[in-house]
Design a protein around this ligand. Structure first.
Ligand code: FUC
Length: 758
């Protein structure tokens, strides 16, 4: 197996952050690989505590003009005091996403193992653990199949009849019970009973939340299976096969029946069949992209945790970088599938009942960052859960727009949950009172269209994008001839006024202007494509011309606020005013060189003051430097991400574990190799010296096309473009550009450096 396709360790996990993730979009598990037991810590994507509530503060609308007036008059403290009371959600907080529960099995042997290895094969999405105890070699292999919607685990030993395994399920202390299913006649199950009887843990998450149920069955070769009390046991077996599935009331009404259907259907297949169905499905995504940053020798085959630790001294590790890139793709394919919920702060790998930030969907950077790599890394369908979620939010967002602000359209604040809640979350002044969440999410719809050319998708998304824009036609207020948001924040920073007073609530923050520019511009562009000519389109055009431009402040930086205030924390983890650089492409070195230079100064200032200290912040910085075509800085920050913000299982560390940095990190790597806007695609815009020679195949570019590219000695060697649809885009490399107009379904031959540079 290629080194860049495998995470491996010589010891069991000693903490959760060393366990290995499996998932199929809905069901997630962390495998710990103990010797005399296995611990799969489980998730189900809809396992949220609490039901939907209308939390919109009824006093918001009345307070709105007063708050606006206070802000214009510079009475910040008063405005903040009033906003906290009048605009915070009632109750203040959304409920948390939660772990589903635990599946554990105990091996009937001791703990003294030799030749222990556990690994995650990310080319096939399979977990393995093997060792020898008392001369018997044991192995377990597990995966979570999207095709058959279940976790499958096979245990083998090289001595016949030597397997005795006892399994249990629980959600301590929040389950109703674990019970026998299928009404077995006795403790010992007949062969037919093995397929329809097992154990099921069930309950309700509470506070009006979902019912949940997860069920386990065991089938053996040799030996017997019994259900005693809450335990499912195999004894004297040559081989044990466990199949587990889970669901909640979010999707199913009769939970036990739904789980029974899934497991019975899965058990129609043999283990090998289930495995090959799983691999074929997984690889249909994973094999789309290949990245080579160099050749690795067998002597480089060292355990992942050791490799990660060694990076600090060794300076660079291209195998680890490739592995990190592949692992990010693995997490996307395992955590976000058509029909699943979108990836929250911990994806489907959350181990708490009250996780950090409730493991919600934080939409002032984090949820968006989770989806930064999907289009460029050729995993476009994995974006769909986000679009489904946007649709869940729209009706709530209309209510929030009307009740809180008296506006048409729809809006959302900086968090949302399972139910698509859009009201203000928390009473965190620098973050909560920010009505830009919907607008930012809608830019993903446009991006998906740009990369796929899917007109039907655009037609479906267009009303949602326009309703998000409509909100701003009502919400924006006049300030010195500009239309500005008010109230708002620049997530999640605080400014200092010349009189020393500090504040976070503001109007017309730079990020807001940038997001609105994107949203309005995208609505206008979409209207043109869809041939929609109406009054609303004209109003959006008129409003767009009144959005304040980005301005450069006294340090040469992009101004974060409408005035050139200082920041309380110049090294703040958010770099909200660089939204225009990334994820947007309003600021590019070739399109807006002065602003790009100011963006560079902004980044330097952030970093000089301790910025980039959370994983996701570092990942944003990689993307930002890549977008500035600054290869060495992008690479240096990628190394920092690996050294400072990556856990032994390669999960991103905020701290604690937060998955956005994994996705932001690999998006950054992809953007170092290729960047597309509607105007042009740049090849190797930020190729660091360390990636001297390499090859990439399958990255997507705007215009529904795919790129294959090789480079040698730091220079483009050749590239080729494969189109889905008629393609018309300028390709830029090293200052030279050529327009490519190609028919759909076409692959160019290798275009060499010399040919291209002409
Ligand atoms: C934002 C960030 C935090 C964290 C949280 C989930 O509030 O500022 O760092 O990522 O979201």
């Amino acid at each position: 197996m290629e080194l860049s396709n495998r995470l491996w360790y010589k010891q069991p996990a000693t903490r959760w952050e060393e366990a290995l993730p499996l998932g199929n979009g809905r069901i997630g598990a962390m495998a710990h690989g103990y010797v005399n037991s296995e611990y799969f810590q489980l998730n189900e994507d809809s396992c949220w505590c609490g039901g939907f509530r209308d939390r919109n503060n009824p006093d918001s609308l009345k307070a709105l003009p007063v708050i606006r007036q206070m802000l214009f008059e510079g009475r910040i403290a008063e405005a903040e005091s009033l906003i906290m009371k009048s605009m915070s959600g009632i109750p203040r907080s959304q409920y948390p996403y939660q772990t589903l529960g635990d599946f554990k099995f105990y091996m009937g042997h001791g703990n003294n193992a030799e030749n222990y290895i556990r690994e995650l094969d990310i080319a096939n999405a399979i977990y393995r653990c093997s060792y020898t105890v008392d001369g018997v070699s044991y192995s377990r292999e597990a995966f979570i199949s999207a095709r058959d919607n279940c976790l499958v685990c096979r245990i083998q030993a090289d001595k016949p009849g030597s397997l005795s395994v006892s399994a249990e399920l629980y959600r301590e202390p929040f389950d109703t019970a674990t019970v026998k299913t299928g009404e077995p006649l006795d403790w010992v199950l007949t062969e037919t009973e093995q397929r329809r009887c097992g154990i099921m843990c069930y309950g309700n998450t509470g506070c009006g939340g979902v019912d949940f149920a997860f069920e386990l069955r065991a089938v053996t070769r040799g030996g017997k299976v019994s259900v005693i009390g809450e335990s499912l046991e195999a004894s004297g077996a040559d081989e044990v096969l466990f199949v587990l599935t889970a669901c909640t009331g979010f999707r199913e009404k009769a939970l036990a029946k739904a789980n029974d259907r899934v497991i019975q259907a899965a058990l129609e297949y043999s283990y090998e069949e289930l495995k090959s169905r799983h691999i074929a499905d997984y690889r249909s995504y994973y094999d789309r992209v290949t990245l080579k940053l160099g050749e690795a020798s067998a002597s480089e085959d060292i355990p992942t945790d050791v490799r990660l630790k060694a990076l600090t001294e060794n300076g660079e590790d291209k195998v680890l970088e490739e592995l990190y890139f592949n692992f990010g793709r693995y997490l996307l394919i395992s955590g976000s599938r058509p029909g699943s919920l979108p990836l929250n702060l911990q994806g489907i790998w959350c181990h708490d009942y009250t996780p950090a930030w409730c493991s919600k969907y934080t939409i002032n950077i984090n949820l968006q960052m989770n989806y930064w790599p999907v289009e460029i890394c050729n995993l476009s369908e994995l974006h769909l859960p986000l679009f489904d979620h946007i649709k869940r939010m729209v009706p709530n967002g209309r209510v929030t727009a009307e009740k809180m602000y008296g506006c048409r359209g729809w809006t959302a604040h900086h968090n949302t949950d399972l139910w698509g809640d859009t009201a203000v979350q928390d009473h965190w002044i620098p973050g909560s009172y920010w009505a830009m969440g919907a607008a930012w999410l809608c830019t993903h719809q446009w991006t998906h269209y740009l990369y796929t050319g899917d007109i039907a998708f655009l037609r479906d998304s267009f009303p949602i994008m326009r309703e998000a824009a409509l909100f701003f036609l009502d919400f924006l207020v006049d300030y010195k001839g500009y239309l500005v948001t008010s109230p708002s924040v620049s997530p999640e920073n605080t400014y200092v006024l010349p009189n020393g007073e500090q504040g976070a609530i503001t109007f017309g923050a730079t990020m807001d202007n940038q997001i609105i520019r994107d949203l309005f511009g995208q609505c206008i562009a979409a209207a043109k494509i869809l041939e929609v000519k109406d009054e609303l389109n004209e109003q959006i055009k008129a409003a767009l011309s009144k959005i304040a431009p980005d301005r450069i402040g006294r340090y040469g930086q992009i101004m974060e606020w409408i005035e050139d205030y200082d920041e309380t924390e110049p090294g703040h983890r958010h770099i909200s005013h660089l939204y225009g650089l990334h994820p947007s492409s309003q600021i590019t070195p070739d399109g807006a060189p002065e602003l790009a230079e100011a963006a560079r100064v902004t980044l330097e200032r952030r970093l000089a003051n301790g910025g980039g200290h959370t994983g996701w912040s570092r990942a944003w910085i990689i993307n930002n430097y890549a977008k500035l075509f600054n290869a060495e800085k992008a690479y240096d920050n990628l190394r920092q991400l690996l050294i400072k913000s990556t856990l032994p299982n390669l999960f991103d560390n905020h701290p604690p574990f937060q998955i956005d940095g994994n996705f932001g990190g690999i998006a950054g790597m992809a953007h170092m190799l290729v960047q597309s806007t509607e105007e042009r695609t740049v090849l190797l815009p930020a190729l660091p010296a360390a990636w001297e020679s390499g090859y990439v195949n399958g990255l997507r570019i705007i215009g529904a096309a795919e790129l294959e590219m090789s480079w040698k000695n730091g220079r483009l060697d050749w590239f080729s473009i494969k189109t889905d649809k008629p393609f018309d885009e300028v390709i830029l490399y090293n200052g030279i550009q050529t327009r490519f107009t190609l028919p759909g379904g076409y692959k160019t031959s290798h275009i060499s450096y010399d040919e291209f540079m002409g």
